[in-house]
Design a protein around this ligand. Structure first.
Ligand code: SER
Length: 633
């Protein structure tokens, strides 16, 4: 079954259970300072899992493009990929364990409505309990009844696992979750490729589990194909509290579901990837069986790069751009190692594989190719620059005479590290340039450097999340005021082109063709601060798209939302029964100041923002400007 068929079947199945299809959000998350990429379907839904009302309702379904940077070094086996598509269905305080388990089982096993997988290939795991969160006997019983009906023995098919396997949150096990983060126990389904599927690798738990390998074993025999998270907890300072609603967060990797339906233990041999693998083998004149790891890395990294570039990213030395750069360069290293010269045919084949689900890739192909090519040139320059730097260092240190610049040269680890820091050349590239060095010493230097950066990153992560409910919420409402004020000052052709809000600052991008004057910045700030002082009430209404446009709602709006949308009003009376704050006694004005499409959350009254100060205004590109501002005390 092809990717598009599985995808359509899944969406149809859940639409029949009254789910509304929601958009595939951007691979680069808007307004989420905690992470560089969307790495799961639930990520754009966090506010709704925490209790905000979702404009499309309580039953949602979609496919979400995801990227997991943490898996870059894992690529090179039968199942790890960095870019994947996650099928997801959600209950936001609606159905719970029973419906979810029954439906997913039906989707997996029904020939007419789903994938028609053979039932005796499927295994299940459930949560065994941790601290004061009890064992999930409820899920066990539901699975048990279901399996018995199909004449399968539950004792042989359902396994209890601990918090390390059957607990899900964005930050992993429950102890790692920052305060305010939602999470919950889960139940997972595994597909069994059979005992001969582990490519000769030893079952690491053979002793413990005898001949039958365990579903969560990493040997490759079993593949997790779906994870139903029962998201009902929020981390507190002392433990957990129940969320206002019990949610279901289901995620299943489309690529893994293809592997199961095609009974292909190696994801790269499925109908989705195998034409790309074949093309790499053809172009490099190498056999897949003999160069699996390199070929898998090339296929995976360039697939991820294609999707990143199509999401408007460019390779750079910072954040998302840095990851993209790393993928392209690592992909090229492996491609060159195999003797590859021209990467174009590989990019072409990747786009060919995705064109029936992601047609826009075809339109963007020339752009994608140009960006990859430019990066390839930059990489070649970096290699040359790195070589020059190393030679200079060696000559300065008296380690190299001019006539020795040939052959393999051993270089000190600090010199290798310098070339890494300045030109991004890692061990593989240095070796390809003909240098040897003490790998251990270099990796210690790298580790020392990473520890310092990691400390910074960790600070950023907790900072972002801990303030999720305060500073960032204030920042969200401030951008609505800023957006409206800018349009009042410069006309309605001006509109927001992006934003990013952290606990430290608000970043707001808009189209405008010149620098703001000091006087204009002051007027802008003063007006926003006036609106803050007026302590305007904020409320939202859920309405149909046509009505929202009719009443002049502005904002970044994705046309893929077809029915209901959420519109936030800053100021004005509340005309909707969804709001319950009209009796608060705070001053209400007649006409809203700002009306904007938005998912929220927002402050209840603008006075909570306290203060708005612009700290920088700069050019972002042609006719694009960026404002940085701070809010609060
Ligand atoms: N959030 C869970 C996951 O990513 C299920 O959707 O696995």
């Amino acid at each position: 079954m092809m990717a598009s068929e599985i995808l359509e079947k899944y969406i149809e199945f859940f639409k029949k259970q009254n789910h509304v299809q929601i958009v595939n959000s951007s691979l680069v998350p808007e307004n989420d300072p905690t992470t560089l990429f969307t790495s799961s379907g639930m990520q754009p839904l966090i506010p709704y899992l925490l209790g905000e009302a979702h404009p499309q309702g309580k039953r949602l379904v979609n496919v979400q493009n995801c990227f997991r940077a943490g898996d870059i070094d894992e690529v090179g086996d039968n199942r790890h990929i960095t870019f994947f598509r996650m099928l997801g269905n959600w209950s936001l305080g609606d159905y719970f364990k029973k419906e979810q388990i029954l439906w997913f089982w039906e989707f997996l096993t029904s020939k007419e409505k789903g994938l028609g997988l053979s039932k005796d290939k499927l295994y299940v795991s459930v949560f065994e309990g941790f601290k004061n969160i009890p064992k999930d006997t409820e899920s066990y019983e539901i699975w048990s009844d279901l399996l018995k009906k199909d004449e399968l023995n539950p004792e042989e098919r359902i396994f209890y696992y601990g918090v390390d396997k059957n607990w899900w949150s964005r930050t992993g096990v429950s102890d790692n979750m920052p305060v305010g983060e939602p999470g919950g126990l889960d139940t997972e389904v595994f597909y069994d490729f059979g005992p001969s599927a582990n490519s000769g690798q030893e079952h690491h738990d053979k002793k413990k589990f005898g001949d039958k390998c365990h579903p969560n074993c990493d040997c490759g025999r079993y593949l997790e194909i779906g994870n139903s998270v029962f998201m009902q907890f929020k981390k507190t300072e002392t433990g957990f509290e129940e969320l206002p609603q019990k949610n279901v967060d289901f995620g299943g990797g489309l690529e893994r579901l293809i592997a199961a339906t095609e009974n292909k233990q190696d994801i790269f041999q499925t109908s989705l990837f195998s034409p790309v693998i074949k093309r790499i083998a053809e172009v490099t004149k190498k056999e897949y069986e003999e160069h699996k790891e390199e070929i898998q890395i090339i296929a995976d990294h360039f697939t991820a790069a294609v999707f990143m570039v199509s999401s408007n990213l460019f390779p750079s030395n910072k954040e998302q751009g840095y990851i993209l750069r790393r993928l392209i360069r690592r992909g090229l290293d492996n491609f060159y190692t195999l003797g590859g010269i021209n990467i174009d045919p590989i990019l072409e084949q990747i786009v060919e594989q995705y064109r029936d689900t992601d047609e826009y890739l075809v339109e963007k192909f020339e752009h994608i190719k140009a960006v990859v090519l430019e990066e390839e040139q930059a990489y070649k320059k970096a290699l040359a620059g790195g070589k020059k730097l190393i030679e200079k260092e060696l000559i300065t240190r008296g380690l190299l005479q001019g006539d020795e610049l040939m052959g393999v040269v051993k270089i000190p680890a600090e010199v290798a590290f310098k070339s890494l820091a300045s030109y991004g050349l890692g061990p593989t590239q240095l070796e390809s340039l003909g240098y040897t060095f003490d790998r251990k010493e270099l990796s210690e230097l790298i580790k020392k450097h990473q520890d310092v950066s990691r400390k910074g990153a960790e600070k950023k992560f907790t900072g972002g999340l801990a303030d999720h409910s305060e500073k960032t919420v204030m920042g969200h409402t401030a951008t609505h005021l800023l957006h409206k004020t800018l349009r009042d000052m410069f006309g309605n052709d001006l509109h927001q082109t992006g934003s990013n809000i952290t606990s430290e600052r608000v970043r707001f991008d808009y189209n405008f063709d010149r620098k703001l004057t000091d006087e204009e910045i002051k007027r802008l700030e003063d007006t926003v601060n006036e609106k803050i002082k007026e302590n305007l009430p904020v409320h939202f209404e859920i309405m149909n798209l046509v009505k929202a446009k009719d009443i002049g709602a502005i904002g970044l709006f994705d046309e893929k939302y077809s029915d209901n949308v959420k519109v936030y009003f800053v100021g004005g009376e509340k005309g909707s029964p969804t709001s319950d704050k009209s009796s608060s006694g705070r001053p209400l004005t007649d006409k809203p100041y700002s009306v904007e499409f938005c998912g929220g959350p927002h402050v209840d009254f603008t006075g909570e923002i306290k203060r708005f100060k612009i700290i920088k205004e700069e050019a972002l590109g042609r006719s694009l400007r960026r404002i940085y501002a701070v809010v609060g005390d």
